[in-house]
Design a binder for this molecule. Sequence first.
Ligand code: Q46
Ligand code: ZN
Length: 291
Amino acid sequence: MDVRRHNAAFCAPCFTRHCREQVKRAIDSYKMVAPGERVLVAVSGGKDSLALWDILLELGYHADGLYIGLGIGDYSDESASFTREFAAQRSADLIEISIPGEFGFDIPTGARAAKRAPCSACGLSKRHLFNKAALDGGYDVVATGHNLDDEAAVLFGNVLRWDLAYLGRQYPVLPGGLGFARKVKPLVRLGERETAAYCVLKGIDYIVEECPMSAGNRHLGYKEALNAIEQTSPGSKAAFYFGFLERIVPMVQPAAEEERGGLHPCPGCGSPTVSEVCAFCKLVSRAAERG
Ligand code: Q46
Ligand code: ZN
């Protein structure tokens, strides 16, 4: 397995060790998880989140999984099966929350009712439910499977719009407190080609199909643009993202902290929000109005 940005090639055992080391390095350098803390891993059934869960377990963390059923047809059914199979094989604890089962709507319907893009309705629901499940379950930290390609693409989008509040929040660890569990992204040092290869080498079955709602998602366009640059200039993606973390984050973090100052508990669910009612409660009530 060659990793061009490191100018290195690995045999199978060295490659899986390399992946674990990159995760350990990210956890240590950004102080993501302290020894003995309980981690809730947000799992989707895809390569990144299952690789992350596997690596955290291998590194000896107390890591349980949380799967959220989105009600996106066959895609949701299959991704749930891969997640359950992974948990069963490792006797790992898996918490499941079904949005249709518990809140009475699926993501495509809810998004239409709230006049939001499906990924916007989906993203806010997942953020809300991950946070709530972590706080309710007494977890110290929520870990998500965002990898270097994801983070570089999000950064690219935020830079194109010079969105300072988003840029200020785009750090691989977001602190807990004020109604939030700490959030961490331990895969930021691995690209998606590497997480896919890790799963293949470890015999982890994952859902290969993309979510059908992702078609036309602008992040896919940003990823393609960055891949074209990476192709001719290996290492550009990592230089772009890690240069941002080192040099720009200290300048833009105050914009994100300012927003945190305006938070108050949502009257519907108690989650922190800057609006009168939180975005998830709004989505639930709009979906209910549509019946
Ligand atoms: S699951 Fe949800 Fe993704 Fe599907 S609806 Fe969009 S955000 S594409 S990670
Ligand atoms: Zn609410």
